[in-house]
Design a protein around this ligand. Sequence first.
Ligand code: COA
Length: 173
Amino acid sequence: MKNLVIRKATLKDVVPLALLARVTFREAFGKYFRNEQDLKMYFNESFSIQSLKAKLNDGNNIFWIAFVDNLPVGYAKMIKNSPSKFIGHKSVSELQRIYVLHDFLNMKIGQSLQNTVFKEVKRLGVKYLWLSVYVGNPKAIRFYQRNKYKHFGNQVLNFAQQDFEFQVLFKSF
Ligand SMILES: CC(C)(COP(=O)(O)OP(=O)(O)OC[C@H]1O[C@@H](n2cnc3c(N)ncnc32)[C@H](O)[C@@H]1OP(=O)(O)O)[C@@H](O)C(=O)NCCC(=O)NCCS
């Protein structure tokens, strides 16, 4: 891997972060949405500069960006305090996003992002990290299995006016 750098994102990174969020989401999941307008509305609500600025300003969130030769190619977002209905515990964080641009998949960038998140979880003394993964996303499910997450249950979440079934996975530290 050429010159991979992963660092926490700040407000100054909002533009590359917003672009990464839109592009990686569409690359990974665009094909599952029936209505292009609903998807664009979801992007405008969740990945606009304004929305991402608010999320970056929220001290409960941590974002990381991965750069290859200074090009932003992936990102991760963790919510520090995010209790899950499946895990009745106080010390619970959520890995809400981990996305790598299509051109940079299978180069262990996702793994490096994941390792960075694990390091932060340990530093913060968090006991559980959980996430939701779409049941139709076997590549990500394999990735999480390699990282020793355990399947806890399933839940349905609504994105852009469509319901999707997700596996809820967690890992204890
Ligand atoms: C899930 C995700 C973050 C993983 O990141 P990644 O950088 O592709 O992960 P890795 O490079 O560690 O592993 C990916 C694959 O490359 C393979 N690989 C990595 N290095 C390799 C090597 N040197 N030789 C052979 N294979 C290799 C891994 O075995 C793995 O194979 P698999 O996908 O068939 O199981 C990434 O696939 C992604 O962004 N997907 C789209 C968005 C998404 O689904 N996010 C998760 C939402 S819940």
